[in-house]
Design a protein around this ligand. Structure first.
Ligand code: ATP
Ligand code: MG
Length: 337
């Protein structure tokens, strides 16, 4: 696949691309932050690819995947007999990544004891294998990533402050996909091509589905979008995934507008079918209006034409649907006049 960052064309990703280009050539530690699935690993790999270490190993260790002892051995290796089951000597990732790059994924989950050992490596560039005496020197460029609030972890004494400052020389925050929606069509196209090639298909994603995908808030970010496209290709049609996404958008609308979902928790509560229908229609309208407004950069006259309603009706609906716009007050005035 492409190196990933080529696809991050949005203005929101511009600072990320610039930082990657700036830090790649240096040896500094970089802390990559962002929600799950935003592309922290893709950014880490891009840094490695642009660095002088490109012809050496890029290795990754997931600090959340292994319990403390095994993680220590994974990182630093062990000597024969270091613990039950250590039948032979094994070098760790710090040795294997010598002169290359090591990504410590989910660094926020690293146990305190190992944090101390890691800090020592960062300060002195040396360590010893588990159960070993010999000091081993290392030249590894360290990258770390997390979706955890490290500052809160520090306050809760779960993350060492000194390690935090060592790792956080440069911080790159990767924004969630919902803040860079303009990348969605390009990403959809990229994954569609990839999975079509992989499964020998020629599935297309129609424009109305692309619009629905652009409206969705993607809590699982690019990974969720990638999986959605995989389902589209495997199922041979965008329709089922499109419908799922629309249902999710509507559910999110229920939550954010504070309206109870139709199946309330109280079994005695009256359920008005009319109200449910009205709410569903309002939700569908809200999604459609927002999509058109975003498409025409909030040019309301243009949006009204596309939606085939009057300008004044559109302004009214913008307020009624609670759509966010910086000049909502002005709209209210216009309607009142
Ligand atoms: N810009 C991109 N172009 C193409 N694919 C991308 C891009 N960003 C992310 N992806 C894909 O999305 C998925 C998630 O990316 P990645 O593993 O880098 O996210 P992450 O932030 O490390 O997630 P987690 O916190 O869950 O580990 C991967 O399959 C990756 O290939
Ligand atoms: Mg990751």
């Amino acid at each position: 696949m492409t190196d990933g960052l080529n696809l991050c064309s949005s203005s929101k990703m511009q600072p990320v691309r610039e930082l990657v280009a700036k830090v790649a050539a240096t040896n500094t530690t970089v802390l990559l932050r962002g929600e799950s699935g935003v592309g922290k690993e893709i950014v880490a790999r891009a840094i490695h690819k642009l660095s002088p270490r490109v012809n050496r190993q890029f290795l990754k260790v997931n600090c959340a995947a292994l319990p403390g002892e095994l993680l220590e051995s994974e990182l630093f290796g062990h000597e024969k007999g270091a613990f039950t089951g250590a039948y032979r000597q094994k070098p760790g990732k710090f040795e294997a990544a010598h002169q290359g790059t090591l990504l410590l994924d989910e660094i926020g989950e690293m146990p305190m004891r190992l944090q101390a050992k890691l800090l020592h490596v960062l300060q002195d560039g040396e360590f010893s294998r588990v159960g070993g005496e010999r000091i081993i020197g290392t030249d590894v460029r360290l990258l770390a990533s997390t979706n955890r609030d490290l500052e809160a972890a520090m306050r809760a004494h779960q993350f060492r402050e000194d390690l935090y400052y060592r790792l956080n020389v440069i911080e790159i925050r990767i924004p969630p996909l919902r803040e860079r929606r303009e990348e969605i069509p390009v990403l959809l196209d990229h994954f569609k091509r990839r999975f079509n090639a992989q499964y020998g298909r020629a599935v297309e994603i129609p424009p109305d589905s692309i619009r629905a995908f652009m409206e969705y808030h993607w809590p699982g970010n690019i990974r969720e979008l990638e999986n959605a496209v995989k389902r589209v290709v495997v199922l041979g049609s965008a329709r089922p995934v499109h419908q799922e996404i629309v249902a999710n958008v509507q559910r999110a609308g229920y939550r954010s507008s504070g309206t109870a979902a139709p199946s309330g928790a109280n079994p005695d509560q009256a359920i008005s079918l009319k109200e449910i229908a009205r709410q569903a229609a309002r939700d569908a309208e809200r999604v459609a209006i927002k999509e058109v407004l975003d498409r025409v950069h909030w040019n309301r006259a243009k949006a009204a034409r596309l939606l085939q309603i009057s300008y004044k009706a559109l302004l009214y609906k913008i307020v009624q649907c609670g759509l966010v716009s910086h000049d909502t007050e002005k709209e209210k005035e216009t309607i009142a006049s």
